[in-house]
Ligand binder design. Structure first.
Ligand SMILES: Cc1cc2nc3c(=O)[nH]c(=O)nc-3n(C[C@H](O)[C@H](O)[C@H](O)COP(=O)(O)OP(=O)(O)OC[C@H]3O[C@@H](n4cnc5c(N)ncnc54)[C@H](O)[C@@H]3O)c2cc1C
Length: 392
């Protein structure tokens, strides 16, 4: 892969909206990505392998539980710092950002918010340092966009719960130490359970042959009469709102992350357009390529503003699920369009691993589907503005 010459675009001088702490956190993550992620990521993506050596660095930059209080090992940062960390990590690769998102928002968040003090103390510090890696099991083979139909269930056996069912498309599953699993009790109510690797009847086969998120490890969670200790049930919230609350936090991070991928594609295409000569002039001097670049920087700038405002609302506790849906949907679609245009601007070179664009483009095909598809987020906005749910 070519040397990482990334220059972050900031067309509307949005750095002025950031505090010194925001910039410090962002720059530390940016430097780590440049030093440790971009030099190796293409090779790992080609091999379809998660680079486990990055776990320590992810923990050090605050990538595991950025907004979890320091007393539990988290970084205790605000929502804008959290977003900036996601942006910078995804500038490197969406798969690495996925590991950070899952650990922070889908594993640490539910333990922090829905768990008891013993569970917080037992798991959060180890998750914050990366000693434990977690995964989040909501999606099932027959229930993706509609998780309320889930079949995975547990029965009260007196001194333990008996868990049965299967989850699929689970990020980090093949090597996770713990899984936060969503399952129905005998009354059909959804609860979160912490399942630990090594429990009898629990297996995590890896999903192969992905063309997307190749540097992220994806797998299934299979529960065949798994005895789960009663103290592993998350006691403080149940119902579908519990997993959806985690998804709000993760989707917010994705909205920022997608900007990172888009910035990397734009920056690469801009530099290439200034250097690549055809018909005796740089391709960047042609109107067609300028149109692409002008539209890219316009869309990136709009997404940066949208997401910064969403971060302010989240800091104030005022951001709604529908507002988060809008930002996730808009920004991932924006990044995907930019990745496709940027890939074309590099001509044949755009399809190679010499440049990051094709990898971002393929990664974003998962990002546009997971954590609520592009269509489902549109339906959430539609429901929010009309008052009519059009899901069924
Ligand atoms: C790489 C990867 C990693 C993932 N990681 C995780 C994870 O860690 N944990 C986890 O729980 N899940 C994870 N997922 C699962 C992901 O969240 C689901 O794939 C997603 O929710 C969509 O579900 P589905 O694939 O079953 O598609 P479906 O729900 O079957 O949807 C298929 C198509 O139908 C459309 N559709 C569905 N319902 C409607 C409707 N009412 N109206 C109009 N159109 C509709 C969808 O938009 C989509 O285009 C991951 C997925 C991928 C690809």
């Amino acid at each position: 892969m070519k040397p990482d010459l990334f220059q972050a675009p900031d067309y509307y001088l949005l750095d002025d909206l950031l505090s010194e702490e925001h910039k410090l956190v962002r720059d530390a993550t940016r430097a780590w990505v440049k030093r440790d992620v971009t030099p190796i990521i293409e090779e790992y993506a080609q091999r379809a392998e998660f680079p486990k050596q990055l776990i320590k660095g992810l923990a050090e930059i605050g990538g595991f539980g950025p907004y979890i209080p320091e007393e539990y090992g988290g970084a205790g940062l605000d929502q804008i710092s959290y977003g900036l960390i996601m942006q910078e990590i995804e500038r490197g690769d969406s798969g690495i950002r996925s590991t950070s998102s899952v650990q922070s928002s889908l594993v640490m968040y539910p333990i922090w918010k829905y768990g008891n003090e013993e569970q917080r103390k037992k798991y959060l510090p180890k998750l914050a340092t990366g000693e434990f890696i977690g995964c989040f099991g909501l999606t099932e083979p027959d229930f993706g966009s509609n998780p309320s139909g889930m079949i995975t269930n547990f029965k009260d056996m007196g001194d333990h719960y008996l868990l049965n069912g299967a989850k699929m498309w689970i990020s980090n599953a093949p090597f996770a130490d713990i899984a936060v699993v969503w399952a129905k009790n005998e009354e059909g109510r959804i609860h979160g359970l912490i399942v630990e690797r090594g429990m009898d009847g629990f297996s995590t086969p890896e999903t192969h042959n992905k063309w997307s998120l190749r540097a992220s490890s994806t797998g299934e969670l299979i529960f065949d009469n798994v005895k789960v200790p009663k103290e592993n049930l998350l006691p403080n919230k149940s119902g579908l709102g519990a997993p959806l609350g985690c998804l709000d936090s993760a989707r917010y991070g994705i909205a920022w992350g997608a900007i990172g991928a888009a910035m990397d594609c734009y920056d690469t295409a801009l530099r290439y357009s200034q250097q690549r000569i055809q018909f005796d002039k740089p391709i960047g001097a042609t109107q067609l390529q300028q149109k692409k670049l002008a539209e890219m920087i316009t869309e990136i700038t709009k997404a940066q503003l949208l997401t910064w405002r969403l971060g302010v609302l989240r800091n104030e506790g005022r951001a709604t699920t529908a507002q988060i849906s809008m930002a996730k949907r808009n920004n991932v679609d924006m990044a995907l369009t930019i990745a496709r245009d940027a890939r074309q601007m590099l001509g044949g070179m755009g399809i190679t691993g010499e440049y990051s664009i094709m990898r971002h483009m393929m990664n974003l095909e998962s990002v546009v589907t997971y954590e609520g598809t592009h269509d489902i987020h549109l339906l959430i906005t539609g429901m929010d503005v009309t008052g009519f749910p059009a899901f069924k």
